[in-house]
Design a protein around this ligand. Structure first.
Ligand code: ADP
Length: 664
C-alpha cells in the first residue's frame, strides 16, 4: 500500500499505486450505489430527486480526503446509481438527459472539491473552524449550482414543467446539501490521521466513554421519537428539541460528536418519515430544519474542538515551560514595573533561601540590591543577598517582556561564588609562582647586588674617612668637608635605591596595571643586568621606536619578564659562546599595542627543548628551574598580551611579547 499510509498515521493522501487506487475507487463506487439505494426515498417527480442524498457527502469526503485524482470515480458512481437505482425505478427515462445530469452533478462536486483544496488549501482534517466554514460555504453554493443545472437540464428536455423549476431546485439542493452535511464531516473526522488524533488524547471525543455515547444516541432517537409522537404539524413546532442532543454531543465531543449527532438525527428522521409514510412536501419542511440543525451543530462542535486544541496547546507549552523552569539551576524571576517579584522558579530557594511562594511580592532589591534593570549589558556581575543576610557574587542576565499585563523584567541570576573563588585561586597561584621565580633568581642576583652595593659602600667608607681626616686637620676646610659629606650622602642614596629595587622585586605584589614608559622599564632592567652582561662580554643594544606612548604595565613584573629573557640569553652565551655576543631589546608600536622583542645571537633554542619551552620545570640547564619562561608567559598574559618564541627572527633565540597602549 504505497499510496495510502495506514500504519500509525491513519489515512493520508499520497500517490497511490494502481491497486490501491482501484480498491479505494471500487469501495467508493460500491458504497455510493448502496447508499443511493438505501436513501432513495420520496423522489420528486419522475427524475428521482430525493430529500436526503448522502452519496454526495461520500463524494465530497472521498475527494477531500484522497485528492482530486479520484475525480474519475465520481461520474462512474453517480452513473451507476442512476442506472441501478433511478433507472430501474423509472426505466422510461431517456438516456441523454440522464447522462447530462451525471456529468453536471459530478462536475459540480469535483469543482467544489478543487476550489476547497487548491484555492483554500483546505485541511481535510477540519481541525480549524475556518476550514469547516469554508467547507460548508463552498458546498452550499456548489449544491445550489448543481441543483440549478440539473433541474434546468430536465426542464430543457421537457421532463419537468418550467413552473416546477424553483420547487425542484429547492428539493434537489436540500437533498444534496443535507446529504453532504450529514456524512462528509463525519467521514473526514473519522479518517483523521491517527498521530494527530493521539494528540487529542485528552479530548474525550476520541475516547468516547461507551456508556455516554449510548446515552447520547438514545437521546437523539428518543427526542425524534418524542417529536413524532405528536401529529403533523405539531412535530415541526417541536423540532427545536432535536437540536438539544446534537448540541450536547457537540459540546462534549467537539466536531466529531456534532457530526455523529447530525447523522444520527437524520437517520432517526428518515425512519420516522418512513414509519409515518410522509410525502415529499412534509419531508422538505423537515429537511430545511435539518440544514439549520446541521450547520448549528457542526459549527458549535468545530468551535469546541478548536478551543480544546488551543487550550491543550497552551497547556502543553505551559507544561514544557514549567518543566524548564523547574529544572533550571539558576533562579529565574519575573519582576513587575514597580520592581516587585511576581514569580520565581524553585532554584530561588537554593540560591537566595526564599521559597518560590514567599518571594512573590518581595522587592527585587532585597535579593539583588545593586540591580539596574535598565542596564544595556546583557549580563553583569553584582552582589546577591541570601535571605540569611549573607552576600555572594552573582551574575545576572536581564530580559524584558511586554505581555498583555504590562512590561515585565526577567532576571536570571547565577551564584558565581565558586567561579570567583577559583579565579582568585588561579590569581594567587600565579602570584605565588612569580614569587617562587623571583626567589629563585635572587641567588644569582645576590652577587650582582653585592657587586653594585660594594661600590657605593666603598665610596661611602672612603668619603667618611676623608671627612675624618679633614676634620682632624688644624684648619679644617668646611667647604671641602661639606662637599665630601654631600657625596657621601649621594652614595648612600644610591645604595639605598639598589636595595629598594631589590625589595620591590621581592615584594609579593598583585599585578597593578598603570601607565608606564616602556623606555624606562627597559633601561632599568638593562642597568640591573649590566654587571652580568658586562662580565660575560655581551653587548646589549636597545632599539626603541621614537615617541612610543606609555603602556599599561606593572613595572616590576614586566621588568622580571625582561630580566628572565636577558638572563636566559646570557646563560645561552655562557653555555656555547659564539663570535658575536649581542642581546638586542627593541620596542615598536602596532596599532594600540607595543611589541617588545628580545633577540640574541646565541645558539638558539635547543630543538629538544622547543616543545616544552613554556612548560614549568622544563629546562636544559644543570641548575635551571625551568620556571622563567612559564612565569613570564603568565605575567604577560595577565597584562592581556602574549609571550611567544619566534623561530628564525634572530641568529639565536627571539622572544616577543605585546602590551596595551595606555589611553592617555
Ligand atoms: P630555565 O632558564 O630555568 O631553564 P626557562 O623557562 O627560562 O627556565 O627556560 C627554559 C629553557 O628554554 C631553557 O632551559 C633553555 O633551554 C631554553 N631557552 C630559553 N631562552 C633561551 C635562549 N635565549 N637561548 C637558548 N635557549 C633558551
Amino acid at each position: 500500500m504505497a499510496g495510502v499510509e495506514k500504519s500509525g498515521r491513519g489515512i493520508r493522501a499520497g500517490t497511490p499505486d494502481l491497486g490501491t487506487f482501484m480498491a479505494i475507487a471500487g469501495l467508493y463506487v460500491a458504497a455510493h450505489v448502496t447508499l443511493d439505494r438505501l436513501t432513495f426515498l420520496h423522489p420528486f417527480s419522475a427524475i428521482g430527486i430525493t430529500p436526503w442524498d448522502p452519496p454526495q457527502g461520500l463524494t465530497m469526503a472521498l475527494l477531500l480526503r484522497f485528492g482530486l485524482r479520484y475525480a474519475p470515480a465520481v461520474p462512474v458512481a453517480i452513473g451507476l446509481g442512476e442506472l441501478l437505482v433511478r433507472h430501474l425505478a423509472a426505466p422510461w427515462l431517456p438516456a441523454l438527459p440522464t447522462l447530462l445530469s451525471v456529468v453536471l452533478t459530478a462536475g459540480g462536486y469535483v469543482a467544489a472539491a478543487a476550489i476547497l483544496l487548491k484555492l483554500y488549501r483546505l485541511d481535510a482534517d477540519l481541525w480549524r473552524v475556518r476550514d469547516l466554514v469554508r467547507f460548508l460555504a463552498v458546498t452550499i453554493v456548489a449544491a445550489l449550482l448543481v441543483a440549478g443545472a440539473l433541474v434546468g437540464n430536465f426542464v430543457a428536455f421537457g421532463m419537468i414543467a418550467p413552473g416546477d423549476f424553483w420547487p425542484a431546485v429547492l428539493r434537489s439542493w436540500l437533498g444534496d446539501y443535507v446529504g453532504i452535511l450529514t456524512l462528509a464531516p463525519l467521514l473526514l473526522v473519522a479518517s483523521r490521521p491517527r498521530s494527530r488524533r493521539r494528540r487529542q488524547a485528552t479530548d474525550p471525543g476520541m475516547m468516547l466513554p461507551v456508556m455516554e455515547l449510548i446515552a447520547q444516541a438514545a437521546t437523539v432517537a428518543g427526542t425524534v421519537w418524542f417529536i413524532f409522537s405528536f401529529d403533523f404539524p405539531q412535530e415541526i413546532k417541536l423540532f427545536y428539541l432535536a437540536f438539544l442532543p446534537t448540541l450536547w454531543l457537540a459540546v462534549r465531543h467537539g466536531l466529531a460528536g456534532a457530526a455523529f449527532g447530525v447523522l444520527l438525527t437524520q437517520v432517526a428522521l428518515k425512519v420516522a418519515f418512513q414509519v409515518r409514510g410522509y410525502g415529499a412536501p412534509t419531508v422538505i419542511d423537515f429537511q430545511l430544519l435539518m440544514v439549520t440543525l446541521g450547520l448549528t451543530g457542526l459549527l458549535v462542535g468545530a468551535f469546541v474542538s478548536e478551543r480544546r486544541q488551543v487550550s491543550e496547546a497552551l497547556w502543553e507549552s505551559e507544561t514544557r515551560l514549567r518543566a524548564i523552569l523547574n529544572t533550571a539551576p539558576d533562579p529565574i524571576l519575573t519582576v513587575d514595573a514597580a520592581g516587585v517579584i511576581e514569580s520565581a522558579n524553585p532554584a530561588v530557594k537554593e540560591v537566595f533561601g526564599w521559597s518560590c511562594e514567599a518571594v512573590v511580592g518581595v522587592p527585587i532589591t532585597r535579593l539583588l540590591p545593586g540591580l539596574n534593570p535598565e542596564t544595556p549589558e546583557p549580563t553583569h556581575e553584582i552582589t546577591g543577598r541570601h535571605q540569611n543576610g549573607v552576600s555572594f557574587p552573582a551574575e545576572v542576565a536581564i530580559g524584558h517582556a511586554d505581555g498583555g499585563l504590562g512590561p515585565r523584567t526577567i532576571v536570571v541570576t547565577r551564584d558565581i561564588t565558586r567561579r570567583v573563588k577559583a579565579e582568585a585561586l588561579v590569581r594567587q597561584h600565579q602570584t605565588e609562582l612569580a614569587h617562587v621565580a623571583r626567589v629563585s633568581v635572587i641567588g644569582e642576583m645576590a652577587s650582582a647586588i653585592a657587586h653594585e652595593e660594594s661600590q657605593p659602600l666603598a665610596a661611602i667608607a672612603a668619603y667618611a674617612r676623608a671627612c675624618r681626616l679633614l676634620l682632624q686637620a688644624p684648619d679644617a676646610d668646611l667647604a671641602k668637608i661639606s662637599s665630601a659629606i654631600d657625596k657621601l650622602a649621594a652614595q648612600a642614596v644610591r645604595a639605598g635605591n639598589i636595595l629598594n629595587r631589590l625589595r620591590d622585586f621581592l615584594h609579593r605584589g598583585e599585578i597593578a596595571l598603570v601607565p608606564e614608559s616602556i623606555g624606562d622599564i627597559v633601561s632599568e632592567v638593562i642597568e640591573f643586568a649590566r654587571t652580568d652582561t658586562a662580565s660575560h662580554g655581551i653587548a646589549v643594544i636597545v632599539d626603541l621606536e621614537p615617541g612610543l606612548p606609555p603602556v599599561m604595565a606593572d613595572r616590576v613584573h614586566i621588568q622580571q619578564v625582561l630580566l628572565n629573557l636577558i638572563r636566559n640569553a646570557i646563560d645561552a652565551f655562557s653555555e656555547s659562546p659564539g663570535p658575536v655576543k649581542e642581546i638586542k631589546v627593541s620596542a615598536g608600536r602596532q596599532e594600540d599595542r607595543i611589541h617588545v622583542a628580545v633577540r640574541d645571537t646565541g645558539p638558539g633554542i635547543d630543538p629538544a627543548a622547543l616543545d616544552g619551552l613554556f612548560t614549568p620545570f622544563s629546562t636544559t640547564k644543570d641548575r635551571g628551574m625551568g620556571l622563567g619562561l612559564s612565569i613570564s608567559r603568565t605575567i604577560v598574559a595577565a597584562h592581556g598580551g602574549q609571550l611567544r618564541h619566534v623561530p628564525g627572527d634572530a641568529p639565536g633565540a627571539a622572544f616577543h611579547f605585546d602590551l596595551q597602549v595606555a589611553d592617555v
